[in-house]
Ligand binder design. Sequence first.
Ligand code: FMN
Ligand code: SF4
Ligand code: SF4
Length: 266
Amino acid sequence: MKIKSLKLVYFSPTGTTKAIIQGVARGISHGAVELIDITKANARKQQLQTLENELLIVAVPVYMGRVPALLNEWLHTIKAHNTPAVCIAVYGNREYDDALLELKDTLIECGCIPIAGAAYIGEHSFSTPEMPIAEARPDASDLNHAELFGRKINEKLLSISSLDQSYDIKIPGNYPYGGITKVWSVDFIAINNNCTQCGICSEVCPVDAIDSKNSNSIDNEKCITCCACIKNCPQNARTIKDSPVKDVAIRLNKLYKERKEPVFFF
Ligand SMILES: Cc1cc2nc3c(=O)[nH]c(=O)nc-3n(C[C@H](O)[C@H](O)[C@H](O)COP(=O)(O)O)c2cc1C
Ligand code: SF4
Ligand code: SF4
């Protein structure tokens, strides 16, 4: 099967999902690549259409064992017509639970035909230097794996003459999906005096929860605890204060020290 172009869709508040999808794209090595970054709220206002001769790759982080709930509305507006698709879940070394299966099912509902799926490990959003969880992942080995996955996708496409709705790949997961989709409304960010009100935290926030003129003003009802504002602050002025988020970080740091490895499915 010959592909005319490659569309890469990703949501990546702290950059690990983006690093993985870029690694996969390097392995596929196609000339015509369109990057569709749906991290910012504004980008999720634009609908996506794809065709039979395009390859769509969608990568999301795992939030509480599921596809981040705030993406569901946008993902369901994708208009595809027998578009070959690849689903990727990136998780923080705990588990990806039913997230990859959920993403595959969503893509099918939109008219895609999933041809492959993969789960990768990224530094946990709640990881800090004092409380590391999958620190600095994806690393070189993960990115090599992502490139290999890209090459395998190429091989797969070459081996298929055409796709129809009966095509299926086996992705682990359960019905009904487990995990939690309710957004966690929690006051967990401390801001110290090093803040220069540069506005970067407000710019990187995927749900516009931070006042652009006052970085101390956070709408906890909107916040999805993604930690993009903390990890992108050039002054290291934002930290995780004593809160349920810190309690979870302490638990994850203790329980998930053992390195997990990426997997792919065809
Ligand atoms: C609200 C929330 C829930 C999360 N739930 C899980 C989870 O269930 N399992 C897991 O291993 N990692 C979980 N993570 C960690 C992220 O999946 C992981 O850090 C991912 O690499 C973040 O992607 P990004 O760098 O593209 O933002 C969670 C992170 C957040 C913010
Ligand atoms: S990114 Fe850091 S320094 Fe800049 S406004 Fe936000 S908290 Fe302040
Ligand atoms: S305010 Fe909340 S949602 Fe916005 S970047 Fe910070 S942690 Fe993420």
